[in-house]
Ligand binder design. Structure first.
Ligand code: ADP
Ligand code: TRP
Length: 322
């Protein structure tokens, strides 16, 4: 079984794009890989400097995963900062990381290009991410396209370390899921919290209905034919509706008769049903933060066993054990 690892920022309300792009594929990995999943609170510190927001965001992210079916018995699930070994490894790795490698990383380069002051934390972000990956000797790292470069940096750093100090780290590979189409938002652009066009998955019924009704559609009359492949409402319906229902809907688009208002009602009902149980479960979990903390503490303990072994090996290779 491949060792697969992924880190998630504790930032904001999960939306349908996150669910189909990241959560759902990850939950499927649980059955077929040795899975490590963690909430990257130390990375979040490069952009969140609000104590309550970070605390609450971390608990919410944990509740999101568990409510959607992540089984802590079948994977290792923890909060990054609960395994402090990652910070030490990050320092060790930084001593073999060329400045130029980090200067080429997008997140930092973009800020500098926009004249936004960048912290050392942001500059060093990819080294901490390399430490995340190498500490657990991960073989596969499933990420979105935007994170591919960071996994390549981790691989590069591992190679440099191994060639300087001897074989220590497994070389990780990014796994980019090209098959997950980009989920469109209310306005037809990519659904993203930065565009304020999302449908959050845990919205209460009334708010969810309002969002779905706000999906933008064109002004073609009901009886006129429409192109289903250019319609964001159709793309969203396709994610939730069974195949036979989609065949009927497609007919209506192609031959006329698709009424956006009714289709939005259908979509609302489908989304609402799809997430109803998880929504109730999330509420229960958030009402019991001590239970969440206990699950995360157990996860950290499990993660730490592996982390301590890898760090010990790296320390030894570098001459820190005398
Ligand atoms: P956002 O764009 O809302 O800020 P993030 O960048 O935090 O979302 O993305 C978290 C995860 O969700 C990533 O793995 C990303 O690939 C996935 N994701 C985000 N938006 C979409 C989308 N519209 N379609 C498919 N996957 C998405
Ligand atoms: N940088 C990733 C993001 O913003 C999160 C992350 C941190 C991560 N450490 C990781 C992802 C290790 C995969 C593996 O989405």
């Amino acid at each position: 079984m491949k060792r697969t690892l992924s880190g998630i920022q504790p930032s904001g309300k999960l939306h349908i794009g996150n669910y189909f792009g990241m959560m759902h594929p990850m939950l499927r990995q649980m059955a077929v890989t040795e899975l490590y999943v963690f909430i990257v609170d130390l990375h979040a510190l490069t952009s969140v400097h609000d104590r309550e927001r970070l605390r609450q965001g971390t608990l919410e992210a944990a509740a999101d995963f568990l409510a959607l079916g992540l089984d802590p018995e079948r994977c290792t699930f923890w909060v990054q900062s609960d395994v402090p070994e990652v910070c030490e490894l990050s320092w060790l790795l930084s001593t073999v990381t060329p400045m130029g490698l980090l200067e080429r990383c997008h997140a930092y380069k973009d800020k500098v290009a926009k004249n936004i002051p960048a912290s050392h934390g942001l500059f060093a972000y990819p080294v901490l991410m390399a430490a995340d990956i190498l500490l657990y000797q991960a073989e596969v790292v499933p990420v979105g396209k935007d994170q591919k470069q960071h996994v390549e940096v981790a691989r590069d750093i591992a190679q440099r370390f191994n060639s300087t100090f001897g074989e220590t780290f497994v070389l990780p590979e990014p796994e980019i899921s090209e098959s997950t189409a980009i989920v469109p938002g209310l306005d037809g652009q990519k659904m993203s919290k930065s565009y304020d066009n999302t449908i959050p998955i845990f919205l209460e019924e009334k708010a969810l209905r309002k969002k779905v009704m706000a999906i933008q559609t064109d002004a073609t009359p009901v009886e006129d034919p429409k192109d289903p492949d250019k319609c964001n409402l159709y793309a969203l319906l396709k994610l939730f509706a069974p195949e036979d229902k989609m065949c009927e809907v497609r007919e209506l688009y192609v031959h006329g008769g698709a009424a956006y208002g009714y289709l939005k009602q259908d979509l609302f009902a489908l989304i609402n049903d799809h997430f109803a149980a998880a929504r109730a479960r999330k509420k229960e979990l958030l009402d019991n933060p001590d239970y969440l903390r206990q699950i995360l503490a157990q996860g950290a303990e499990k993660a730490r066993e592996k982390a301590v072994r890898t760090l010990d090996l790296a320390r030894d290779r570098m001459g820190l054990k005398y």
